[in-house]
Design a protein around this ligand. Structure first.
Ligand code: ATP
Length: 304
């Protein structure tokens, strides 16, 4: 598959603080990759290493299929931490300063980008009169000046009011779907990320504890029969061989999650009892996205 970013065992240590610990992520072309984790989980540090703002202690970064990342970094745009804007200048002047600083020739793109950011009418307004949401959008506009294929946004919705959050969400979706920009976005607000992310990386204490696609999550959160049994492996074989279904998964602690027979649990129950498997618990379960993440965050670390 076409990937834009792959890290392998990427780590950053500050004195005695292991900010990022052997993180391996894969961002595929077209993804909106949501990096989720509590404050201090290591999200910003990971993004800074990818963007080249912080030197990794160890590990590998591959961009657009190559480890020659210096040659590919021009294809990345990023907004990490507070946007560094000139408050006394207008939006247009800010864009112009950065266009020159980046050595870009295309002046026309400034107006197109400001329009796209919803800042067309505010182009000649001083940035100090901007709301936080407008400043965030301007910072993203500046990051778009180099026409990036991959955009890294660190907590772009932090501190925004509900309207600002909605505008930011729409903007991110437009950039991804219409401009075909692959995006990595960090947040500690799951409910917001879940409206846009196509893949998630869950971070805790510097480690990546899970990486799942939107599709995986939809499967995991679909309605199922949850059976706690004496032998889940034997139960799984029976489901396959006798019921001819592969629509199940074996979870930890001899728990089976079966995505069929939800309305007719007796079929499975009787089969198991008949074949000597003890059924300790049988319930219909539907995990929410929030349950899934909380379970992961509270649970152990992923082995890598
Ligand atoms: P937040 O949302 O609060 O920024 P985060 O998930 O982005 O959280 P990081 O900012 O990457 O987390 O920080 C991870 C850990 O590394 C924290 O314990 C932080 O204190 C530490 N850290 C980050 N930058 C530095 C630095 N320059 N020097 C020392 N420690 C640092």
């Amino acid at each position: 598959m076409d990937y834009v970013l792959r890290t392998k065992g990427l780590s950053k240590k500050y004195a005695d603080c292991q900010a990022v610990d052997r993180v391996s992520v894969t961002v595929n072309k077209g993804d909106i990759y949501g990096l989720i984790g509590e404050n201090g989980a290591g999200k910003s540090t990971l993004m800074k290493m990818i963007a080249g703002l912080v030197e990794p202690t160890e590990g590998i970064i591959e961009l657009f299929g190559t480890t020659k990342i210096q040659e590919e970094r021009y294809r990345i745009g990023c907004v990490i931490e507070s946007p560094a804007l000139y408050e006394e200048l207008t939006a247009e002047q800010n864009m112009e300063v950065f266009r020159k600083a980046y050595g870009l020739t295309n002046r026309e793109s400034i107006h197109q980008i400001l329009e796209m950011m919803g800042l067309g009418k505010a182009a000649k307004k001083q940035v100090r009169k901007f709301s936080l949401g407008m400043k965030q959008r301007l910072a993203i506009g500046i990051a778009l000046l180099g026409n990036p294929d991959f955009l890294i946004l660190d907590e772009p919705i932090n501190g925004l009011d509900p309207t600002g959050i909605q505008e930011m969400r729409n903007l991110i979706l437009t950039l991804n779907r219409e401009k075909r920009i692959t995006i990595m976005i960090s947040s500690h607000i799951l409910s917001e990320l879940s409206k846009i992310a196509t893949k998630y990386g869950i971070m805790k204490n510097g480690r990546l504890i899970d990486e799942v696609t939107e599709k995986d999550i939809a499967t995991k959160c679909q309605c199922c029969l949850k059976l706690k049994v004496s032998d889940a492996v034997k139960g799984a074989m029976l489901i396959e061989n006798r019921l001819h279904s592969t629509s199940y998964e074996v979870a930890e602690d001899n728990v089976l999650r079966v995505f069929e027979y939800v309305d007719n649990p007796n079929v499975i129950n009787s089969l198991f009892v008949q074949e000597g498997i003890q059924v300790y618990e049988c319930s219909v379960s539907q995990e929410s996205l929030e349950d899934y993440f909380n379970e992961k965050i509270q649970g152990g670390n992923r082995n890598d």
